[in-house]
Design a protein. Structure first.
Length: 333
């Protein structure tokens, strides 16, 4: 089992000043505002930092400078940075070859410029090696089967595309950094906390009035919260199992037993420390815990125009049917 979040060893203290958490009118901690979880800290600990939980100041400077230089190089010339599906070839920034519409380049991406404020070497803090725990044999077998099926049947119908491609739901829970649009808007009242994600405008309405979980399974699960002093604790269950594999984005999965516990706590005027524990016995051999700095942002949440005019899905599927027709004609069938 992972170490309880409250018992995690703190990072080396850089300042001794005591921070006073701002309050709502009812006395509860105030997390409202715009926050971004964009970071240069990787999800899993690189092998070069094996056995080390924290970075030295010179390593922090090297990582952050390298990130800036990498972005400058990409914008000036080159290739794009993400592949949208297994087997895809990432074309040049100006677009691919004939018939290739191209892909995202660095102008559209949002690379992290800062490491997390705790100076950890990875977002994952438990297991202690900073890595995701092993998958269960059953989950690995199903994931491999899903991946193989997707390569053979990528566009048979809309259900073969990910929930992201279909613009149904975005980054999900836990709230991990994405390729772009990493801003979240938090709004609070006495009885509810609302979190709006910039990607696809996923919106979570979290009751904090003591009610139990509901019985309806949802794309982002059923969240209920409560306050423990200056910390907001949110527990989410009842996922519908229709999202792609977390962190992989392929296939479908069964996650009736999945439970995610999140903790939000302000540690400085511009820092909201976000911690999460994922207990997913249907996929991993043990729970894992992560920690991310959410920085206060002056940028608003922009419109995420996913599938503008609702043209993308019909065009993707009609293009696939056209390719099949052309292949059949070429083969004389």
């Amino acid at each position: 089992m992972p170490t309880p979040l409250a018992a995690q060893a703190p990072a080396p203290a850089a300042k001794t000043a005591i921070y006073s958490t701002p309050r709502l009118a009812d006395g509860r901690p105030d997390f409202s505002g715009f926050w971004t979880n964009n970071t240069a800290t990787p999800l899993q600990r690189p092998d070069s930092f094996q056995g080390r939980e924290y970075l030295r100041p010179d390593e922090v400077a090297a990582i952050e400078n390298a990130t800036v230089r990498k972005d400058d190089t990409r914008v000036k010339g080159a290739p794009c940075a993400i592949k949208l599906r297994p087997g895809a070839v990432c074309p040049a920034a100006a677009g691919g070859g004939p018939g290739d519409v191209g892909d995202y380049n660095a102008v559209f991406l949002e690379s992290g410029k800062k490491v997390v404020s705790t100076l950890r070497t990875s977002i994952i803090i438990d297991p202690k090696d900073g890595k995701l725990p092993p998958m269960t044999p059953e989950a690995k077998q199903k994931m491999d089967a899903d991946a193989a099926h997707q390569l053979e049947h990528p566009f048979d119908g809309p259900e073969d595309l990910s929930t992201g491609d279909r613009c149904i739901s975005g980054t999900g829970i836990p709230m991990l950094p994405f390729a772009y649009n990493n801003t979240y808007h938090i709004v609070q009242s006495h009885d509810f906390v609302a979190i709006v994600a910039e990607v696809m405008h996923d919106q979570r309405i979290i009751p904090v009035d003591g009610r139990p979980h509901g019985s309806v399974r949802q794309w982002m699960g059923d969240s209920v919260g409560h306050y423990e002093g200056d910390t907001l604790v949110v527990e989410t269950t009842n996922f519908n199992g229709k999202r792609g594999w977390p962190l992989l984005g392929i296939g479908k999965r069964t996650d009736e037993k999945l439970k995610i516990t999140e903790r939000f706590r302000r540690t400085a005027p511009d820092i909201l420390l976000y911690q999460f524990t994922v207990d997913d016995p249907g996929m991993y051999t043990q729970p894992y815990t992560g920690e991310i700095t959410m920085w206060s942002s002056k940028d608003p949440v922009y419109e995420y125009a996913c599938h503008e005019g609702n043209y993308s899905m019909p065009l993707i599927l009609s293009g696939a049917r056209a390719d099949e027709k052309a292949a059949a004609a070429k083969n004389g069938k």
